[in-house]
Design a protein around this ligand. Structure first.
Ligand code: NDP
Length: 339
């Protein structure tokens, strides 16, 4: 294979320094980097759209977790979809579109085994990073596998207008939830949940104590809490859960920028009294459910029964702003960046 016509350099976004609290521009560096030609078994992808995820904040700290931390001076990474522009692998032809994990750069050279084909005719490319991708799978796994959702359950989900939360509520509703309640950070998001996504009730957690607003929305208690937020949301949900209630602990975005350890919920003994089940999960541990997820969810997306929206920031150089925006709640649905 020759490199004729292939890019020699491309823009990438690096971690320049580790944030202390809420991230700032200086934590990021925009650099022009050489684009390696694909070796044996590799492909070169021109990224078109990429995902911006809350979990990236944790990886900016120098701590061990379920994924290694980002390295200083190195490009960030995350889900991306792009077009194969050179291939040294029989798996992919030039012109095909693939999903892979090397976002935050214009061009990605990677082992073809680490890319999955996507079909732009079956769904818009963006959907493979949202409703049909990792966030969709997170909602599906968390609700059905972790929280063991059952018909007739009353479900409360926080971060409800985001990529994961908006799908949790709709999936619960469509599978026979007695009531679905969501919390989000603005009046417009509350309106979106109740008027467009079919949530039975929603509240703006900035309007008053979560415990009071949740008690008002769910006077008969809740059976499932899908936790995207942690903190006071988690404490309020524990108070409101019925006996044998279940919590899918998915995320805790309210504490991601904390510089000191956050005090836990003050009502942990309720877990004993009510025989609650609280279970954390990481979606990548559940690849065995991917096929079931595709079978169940893709038709709902195709015929419009599962609605989704995106907040799209234009331009790779604006990706740090998209990340700040995500942490501030500027997104409704999935936060994406066009490269
Ligand atoms: P979202 O699309 O929900 O975006 C993040 C949202 O969090 C913002 O839009 C904002 O909405 C909300 N938020 C920010 N700060 C706060 C705060 N202090 N209190 C309450 N809400 C806040 O992101 P995702 O759907 O991608 O992720 C949702 C959660 O799921 C995150 O916690 C993430 O880490 C977790 N996650 C976990 C996975 C797993 O495998 N366990 C996989 C994927 C995601 P608002 O305007 O409502 O404040």
């Amino acid at each position: 294979m020759t490199n004729q016509g292939l890019p020699e350099t491309g823009v990438e976004i690096r971690l320049a320094s580790r944030p202390n609290g809420f991230p700032v521009r200086e934590n990021f560096e925009i650099a022009e980097a050489p684009v390696p030609a694909p070796g044996e078994g590799e492909i070169l992808v021109r990224n078109e759209v990429m995902s911006v995820d809350p979990a990236m904040r944790g990886r900016m700290n120098d701590v061990q977790s379920y994924v290694p931390p980002f390295q200083l001076g190195k490009a960030l990474d995350g889900g991306a979809v792009g077009e194969v522009i050179a291939s040294n692998s029989p798996r992919f032809q030039v012109g095909q579109h693939v999903l892979h994990g090397l976002g935050w750069r214009e061009y990605a050279t990677l082992d073809a085994e680490r890319a999955a084909p996507v079909d732009p005719d079956a769904a818009p490319l963006n959907a493979y990073l949202g409703v049909l991708g990792m966030p969709g799978m997170t909602a599906y796994v968390g609700l059905f596998e972790i929280a063991k959702f059952r018909e007739g359950d009353t479900v409360f989900v926080s971060g409800a207008a985001g990529a994961v939360g908006s799908l949790v509520g709709q999936l619960a509703k469509q599978n026979g939830a007695a009531k679905v309640i969501g919390s989000a950070g603005s009046a417009e998001k509350v309106r979106y949940l109740t008027e467009e996504l079919g949530f039975d009730a929603a509240f703006n957690y900035k309007d008053g104590p979560v415990a009071e607003q949740l008690a008002q929305a769910a006077p008969d208690g809740i059976d499932v809490y899908f936790d995207n937020v942690g903190g006071d949301h988690l404490e309020a949900a524990i108070d409101q859960l019925n006996d044998f209630g279940r919590i899918a602990a998915c995320g805790a975005i309210s504490v991601y920028n904390d510089t000191d350890p956050t005090p836990g919920p003050r009502n942990m003994f309720q877990i004993v009294k009510k025989r609650l089940n609280i279970r954390g999960f990481i979606v990548i541990d559940h690849v065995d459910l991917r096929e079931r997820f595709q079978t169940d969810v893709a038709p709902l997306v195709r015929d419009g029964r599962l609605r989704y929206t995106e907040t799209v920031v234009e331009g790779l150089r604006n990706a740090p702003d998209a990340f700040f925006g995500l942490l501030r709640g500027e997104n409704t649905g999935k936060m994406l960046v066009t490269v």
